[in-house]
Design a protein around this ligand. Structure first.
Ligand code: KQY
Length: 397
């Protein structure tokens, strides 16, 4: 590109110069949409605990999801962005209407770019990045239907969310695989060594890919994540409005080691869900044939939305309503692993300390930063759901 610009200047380009000039097509496109699959091209999705080039987020704006015109959520997002920016570069996408106020609110270390979106769940609408051992990075752009489309989805329309992964890949300058599957980044966790963790409640839900059975969904996950083994847990965290995303229920600490949201209270509906997940993990083997070591991470609360909180959310016919007393899908598993750091949600003064202590033990070489994120939980997710890591390109072998 630079060579071309210099040639045009040297040739005395002016307003009447033909543009694009002769020879333009000799220059490669900035990013391409590929018709192959990551697995076929030798790519795999790295685990979150592998090195990052940075992290992407989106700015919360919807008044029918975030109470009090999203102001308290915006403050929580600033805290999360600032915490992650201590460890790696953060970019946040903001609509034109909020660009100036978001820029003012965010630390200068955070890059702010104008990017339209319907809501702010970058984990789910952003690309899932994949890497190649020869140092290349590409992105998977899943199809998105707002967690269920017209059958239980959370809002409509979602056309701007559907474009977010494409826009992020354009800005990152990374080639794109357009996956034929409706899926969200929060619905899959990988260990980076051939294993994926998913839930039946989400991936087999009739509101995502009703024409595909388990075997076909597995085939797509193998092709687009570059994994060989898929571990199916049953349901996700109780009352999770995403239809049971794995990233609220369980995640990998490293290959062979899993952290699981847990309660010992048998009367809590979460008990049966977590106990079932524990048994499935106990019986499972990962891609290398290993058994899992499972660490139980007690859930906060149980937490529920207060009447005041529910009143602060604007009602709209085409989005899911908020109700006082509604159980919140609070989970400490929804943390973010940054380079050398772990950013965890603080949700319950009675449980935060013990959750932090367990996470410190599981990740002894990372600095732990806690952020109060009840305002994010009120919108339906937490730190992991609002972030998306860009992996560092592996050193070319
Ligand atoms: O990944 C997530 N937890 C997204 C939740 C979307 C909630 C929309 N109200």
């Amino acid at each position: 590109m630079r060579d071309l610009a210099w040639r045009l200047i040297a040739e005395g380009a002016n307003a009447s110069t033909r543009y694009p000039p002769e020879g333009w097509l000799e220059y490669p496109p900035m990013t391409r949409t590929l018709t192959t699959t990551p697995a076929a091209d030798g790519f795999r999705m790295p685990a979150e605990y592998e090195p990052h080039a940075g992290c992407w987020m989106l700015w919360p704006e919807r008044r029918d999801n975030w109470r009090r015109a999203a102001a308290p959520a915006q403050r929580a997002f600033v805290q999360v962005a600032a915490a992650i920016a201590r460890f790696e570069p953060v970019t946040i996408g903001v609509s034109a209407a909020y660009f100036e106020s978001a820029r003012r609110a965010l630390p200068e270390a955070v890059r702010v770019v104008e990017l339209s979106h319907d809501d702010s769940w970058m984990r789910d609408v952003g690309p899932s990045f994949v890497v190649h051992p020869r140092g290349r990075v590409r992105g998977v752009h899943w199809r998105f239907n707002a967690w269920g489309g017209l059958k239980g989805g959370l809002y409509a329309p979602w056309d701007q969310d559907e474009l977010v992964a494409l826009k992020v890949l354009e800005i990152e300058g990374r080639d794109r695989y357009r996956a034929p599957l409706i899926n969200e980044g929060g619905a899959v966790h990988v260990d980076g060594a051939g294993t994926a963790l998913v839930t039946e409640e989400c991936l087999l839900n009739a509101n995502r890919n009703p024409t595909l059975g388990r075997a076909q969904i597995e085939a797509h996950l193998r092709a687009y994540l570059g994994v060989s083994t898929i571990i199916w847990l049953g349901k996700g965290v109780f009352n999770d409005e995403t239809d049971g995303h794995i990233d609220e229920l369980a995640c990998f600490v490293r290959p062979g080691v899993v952290c699981l949201a847990w309660t010992d209270n048998r009367r809590d509906p979460q008990y049966a869900i977590s106990a079932d997940a524990w048994e499935r993990l106990h019986d499972a083997r990962d891609a290398r044939g290993r058994r899992f070591q499972v660490h139980k991470l007690p859930i906060p609360g149980p937490l529920a939305m207060t009447a005041r909180e529910a009143r602060g959310v604007e009602l709209r016919a085409d989005s899911a309503p908020r109700r006082a007393g509604q159980r919140l899908a609070g989970s400490y598993v929804n943390f973010y692993l940054a380079n050398g750091g772990i950013v965890m949600p603080l949700l319950d003064p009675r449980r935060d300390r013990s959750a932090a202590a367990l996470l410190k033990r599981l990740f002894p070489r990372r600095r732990l930063v806690g952020v109060r994120t009840r305002e994010i939980l009120l919108g339906g997710g937490n730190i992991h759901c609002i972030t998306q890591q860009v992996p560092a390109a592996p050193p070319a072998a």
